[in-house]
Design a binder for this molecule. Sequence first.
Ligand code: 9MR
Length: 478
Amino acid sequence: MNVKSIAIYLCIIGITASPCCFGQENNVPSGLKDAYNDYFKVGVALNTHNFSEEEQKLILDNFNSVTCENAMKPGEINPREGVWQWEGADRIANWCRQHKISMRGHCLVWHNQFAEWMMYDQKGELVPKEVFYQRLRSYIHTVMNRYKDIVYCWDVVNEAITDQQRPAWGNQPAGTPYRESKLYELCGDEFIAKAFEYAREADPEALLFYNDYNATDKGKSQRIYDMVKKMKDSGVPIDGIGMQGHYNIYGPSMDDVSAAIEKYASLVPHIHITELDIRANEEMGGQLQFSRQNEEIKPYIQILHAYQYTQLFKTLRRYKDVIDVVTFWNLSDRDSWLGASNYPLLFDRELKPKNAYHLVKNFEPYRDDSLPTEDFQPSALNQPEQEYPMVNSEGYARFRIDAPQAKSVIVSLSPEGSGGTVLRKGKDGYWWGTTDGPLEPGFHYYHLILDGGIFNDPGALNYFDSHRWESGIEIPAH
Ligand code: 9MR
């Protein structure tokens, strides 16, 4: 039990005179890393210009693992044969050494930002793969040796699986599950095995990861699983899978996140969320296809964003036995690779924590596994014959909305200051959702927010608030 759980427990059994108020900053001196002490490390990807006094404070308060966003990539360190540029990686590593924060190494082999020269001769022709392997081995040994005192794990191979595999058709076999990169052209999938072998030789203590994006996608997660299984079955030393986590406010679903974690956990003992951000558009993954340009972040987008973050962390907490670290990809929106207009992180472009930050940090552990009692009944204030909204004996409210064209539906009621309850579309086409906890007994006004537009709930009676007709719901006294 951490300090916060003990305090909540004391609070529940009535041993303290002060109110339960973990949303307050003066309660326990806790940043994210402290709040997650009993769960996993909380990491951040940094670049060399992230070390202003204000940023250093944010890092030290909130994070206990650091990844170099770019500085430890082969193309940065060893761009040409014989040319070594350690400056960026050393600066970040030395800062981490000084502050005793251990690092995730990112990355040794990737088709992008790679030391391309390793694959070519002076005429620009691909070298025999044996020559490439010699160079790769020497590179991996040199880099891992330099940082073995501070780096506890490495993304050895990054993004080697294809996003779309051509299915078998007629007598045509299915396409390759691998990304058709130059590396693959030169070596087939053997470069994956070789990279892991060299990394294990170079630092037997470091945990070795395969890292990829869209790792919750059903097809891609199967391809990742199959590749790692094949490698492990032939003795390749893979310790863990990195799920990058470049998500968005509409997805992935928490069912898909859980399914992927369980699938990978059946294969490897370590899962890291390596590059977390949640963008405000509908793109997903490690490639930047579209970036919002100076669009205003409307309040409903902020609610969806905070909701996706809180649901994700709730899900990740359930898998703390296998998840060692959750790393954010950049410190604040100011320097996110997605641009600040995508609103991706927990700190905004002014480095101020968003509401999502407080919600992720100030979770109440006892809520994580508490499910509402399934004795829901139609609310006493429904329109005649309407089943939904429903309320249960504990004060939870459940909503069902028919809005086939909507991209998002939010009910403006929530127990925890998150601004609302986000509904998710079920297989039956309805939008469904239950409040995250019990609401205060008594009458509540509320409305629906469909893609930013405000509507009343057709299932509930309407009541005149100070300025407009709102839907009403009665939460019965316990
Ligand atoms: O955040 C990185 C950005 O600054 C670089 O320009 C980009 C180059 O492709 O790489 C970004 O980081 C990537 C990471 O190393 C691997 N997964 C996808 C990340 C976002 O593209």
